[in-house]
Design a protein around this ligand. Structure first.
Ligand code: ARG
Length: 303
């Protein structure tokens, strides 16, 4: 009897456990599927807002496969790490002398020459896509360009969405003011109107000094300098080399305040996870640095 009872008890107990387990599994599945749906939705929204040009097919695929939120549209595996196996498409904003600027309709400067030399090493044809500076990260993540070469500073938050090559140039933010200005250090900028190129480290530096209401974003550093000359802004914060280039063009009106910000490193950026292209670029860059070609490009443009 005792034995039988015990068996029944055990059986009951087992049944209970099974039921509880089934309930737990069902709950897990439910939570899991809810989680999945919301991930897919996030990706869908991200894709559609990030890239206006994203096709319906692409967004549908992203929504159904529930790719990780930071997924980028990696180039098809062409072996070269580039979207087109014969081309290297460089994205830049050619309003940043001496790194990139227009000579007629041609983009010239340090980055243009550097990327031409890298493309040659890789056996690819260089194509340059000139666009707004703050469109570059999206163009890279949606595969419109293979690499950003734009006097582009390595920053931890940028490293979350793209991968950087070895650095190739050290720069620092410079303050440009009118010659008769009383501004002498960053402390004098607190309640001043600061002009910057939108999306640049100049803008982020300004944000550390004053409220965003006091910061005016322009499509190029040149336009910010024009606004300074027209007294629409009190100062411009921009990288030292373009600052010098603008200064040289406006010798009697503007002046530079240097040594107020930490150094920054310029590097080339590829889409997050594109190690094939990144490795090739780093190898080519190392070779150009070692054989003197890189220094020759710098001394051609940086005086
Ligand atoms: N170094 C700064 C940054 O990465 C400014 C770069 C601007 N480049 C350009 N081509 N307009 O934010």
């Amino acid at each position: 009897m005792m034995r039988h009872n015990r068996e029944t008890l055990t059986e009951d107990f087992m049944k209970k456990i099974m039921k509880t387990m089934a309930a737990v599994i069902a709950l897990t599945l439910l939570v899991g599927s809810v989680g999945c749906t919301s991930t897919a939705k996030t990706v869908f929204q991200k894709e559609t807002t990030a890239a206006a040009a994203t096709t319906t097919a692409a967004t549908t695929a992203a929504a159904t496969t529930a790719a990780p939120a930071d997924a980028t549209t990696a180039p098809a595996d062409t072996g070269t790490g580039t979207k087109d196996p014969t081309k290297l498409v460089m994205g830049t904003n050619a309003a940043f002398p001496p790194f990139e600027y227009l000579e007629g309709s041609a983009v010239v400067g340090v980055d243009a020459d550097l990327m031409a030399a890298i493309a040659k090493e890789l056996g690819l044809t260089l194509e340059i896509s000139d666009m707004e500076f703050d469109s570059l990260p999206t163009a890279l993540s949606n595969g419109q360009i293979d690499v950003i070469a734009a006097g582009f500073t390595v920053k931890p938050d940028r490293e979350e969405t793209m991968d950087f090559s070895a650095p190739y140039y050290t720069a620092a933010q410079t303050i440009i003011v009118l010659k008769d200005s009383k501004i002498a250090t960053v402390d004098d900028l607190k309640d001043k109107i600061i002009g910057v190129q939108s999306g640049t480290t100049g803008q982020f530096s300004a944000e550390e000094l004053t409220s965003t209401d006091n910061i005016k974003g322009f499509a190029s550093g040149m336009l910010a300098v024009e606004a300074l000359k027209n007294k629409q802004v009190d100062a411009v914060i921009i990288d030292n080399n373009p600052a010098k280039a603008y200064g040289d063009q406006n010798l009697d009106t503007i002046t530079m305040i240097e040594g107020q910000f930490a150094d920054e490193e310029y590097a080339l950026a590829v889409a997050k996870g594109n190690t094939v292209l990144l490795t090739k670029i780093n190898d080519a860059l190392a070779k150009l640095k070692a054989d003197g070609s890189f220094d020759a490009i710098i001394s051609k443009y940086v005086k």
